[in-house]
Design a protein around this ligand. Structure first.
Ligand SMILES: N=c1c2ncn([C@@H]3O[C@H](COP(=O)(O)OP(=O)(O)OP(=O)(O)O)[C@@H](O)[C@H]3O)c2ncn1[C@@H]1O[C@H](COP(=O)(O)O)[C@@H](O)[C@H]1O
Length: 110
C-alpha cells in the first residue's frame, strides 16, 4: 500500500516545479496555501456526506472516491509545506504500540 504513497509523493515533489497550465498540482501550489486548505476542507465535507449516504444506501463507492480526493489534497497540503507522505506513515508507525486511550491519558497528565 505504501508503494502507492511513495510513488504519489515523488510525483507531487516533481509537480512543485511544473507549469500551472499543464499540472493541477502545480496550479494549486501557484494559488497558495489558502486555496489548498479550501480544497482540503471541501473534500472533508464531501467525504462526511458520502459516509452518511453510504450508511443509508450500503453503497460505499462515492465514499471511497471522496476519501481518495481528501487524502490526495491532504498530501498536496503537506507537500506545499515541505513534508512527504512518509512523514505521516512514520507517525502512524510510531503509534502502533500505543493504545489511543493510553496516549490520551498521558496527554491529560502533562
Ligand atoms: N490523485 C490525483 C487527484 N485526485 C483528484 N484530483 C483532482 O482534484 C480535483 C478535485 O477537485 P474538484 O472535484 O473540486 O474539481 P474542480 O471543480 O475542478 O476543482 P476547483 O476548480 O474547485 O479547484 C479534480 O481536478 C481532480 O482531477 C487529482 N489530481 C491529480 N492526482 C494525482 O496527481 C498527479 C499529478 O497531477 P497533475 O499535477 O494534474 O499532473 C496525477 O498523476 C495523479 O496521480
Amino acid at each position: 500500500m505504501s508503494e502507492v504513497l511513495t510513488q504519489l509523493g515523488k510525483i507531487l515533489e516533481e509537480r512543485k516545479s511544473a507549469a500551472s497550465d499543464t499540472s493541477y498540482v502545480a496550479s494549486l501550489h501557484a494559488k497558495g496555501l489558502n486555496k489548498i486548505l479550501e480544497k482540503v476542507g471541501e473534500e472533508a465535507v464531501e467525504t462526511i456526506i458520502a459516509a452518511k449516504d453510504a450508511k443509508l444506501s450500503g453503497d460505499t463507492s462515492d465514499l471511497i472516491y471522496e476519501t481518495a480526493d481528501l487524502w490526495f489534497h491532504s498530501l498536496v497540503m503537506l507537500s506545499h509545506l515541505g513534508e512527504p507522505p512518509q512523514a505521516v506513515l512514520n507517525e502512524l508507525a510510531r503509534r502502533f504500540d500505543m493504545s489511543g486511550l493510553v496516549e490520551k491519558e498521558s496527554r491529560n497528565k502533562s
